[in-house]
Design a protein. Structure first.
Length: 127
């Protein structure tokens, strides 16, 4: 059960954020086996005063088209699966939406399964 948060600067195309989300979901399905219908996303656009980043941290030259992606998911994916996910997301955003590879920032937050409630006040994954 991933929960995806995407933050970008306000984009001139009103469907851009939604398209980013669709590509991320497809990448999660193919790279880490996220099942169909397991798609929960928060897509946020910000003005320049509310979207702050270092344009050269770690020697990576970022532009104002930076896409910050945070994915909370159950722990247990291998390093190889995570690397494939990063690569798949970055390449699909680059190919489909012309987002520079340097402008794809991804953070995974791994949590234990009992830390989710999908509704009804129940921890559906708790043992």
């Amino acid at each position: 059960m991933p929960l995806v948060r995407v933050d970008i600067k306000k984009h001139q195309n009103p469907t851009f954020a939604k398209r980013v989300g669709e590509l991320i979901y497809a990448a999660m399905r193919s790279a880490i086996g996220v099942p169909e219908h397991d798609n929960f996303q928060i897509l946020a656009e910000h003005d320049e005063l509310h979207f702050i980043f270092d344009p050269v941290y770690l020697g990576i030259n970022r532009s104002d088209n930076l896409v910050i992606i945070q994915i909370s998911l159950n722990e247990g994916r291998t390093l190889e699966q995570k690397k494939l996910l990063y690569k798949t997301i970055a390449e699909s955003l680059n190919t489909e939406l012309a987002v520079r590879l340097e402008d794809v920032f991804i953070n995974l937050v791994e949590v234990k399964k009992e830390n989710w409630s999908f509704g009804n006040g129940v921890a559906q994954y708790a043992s």
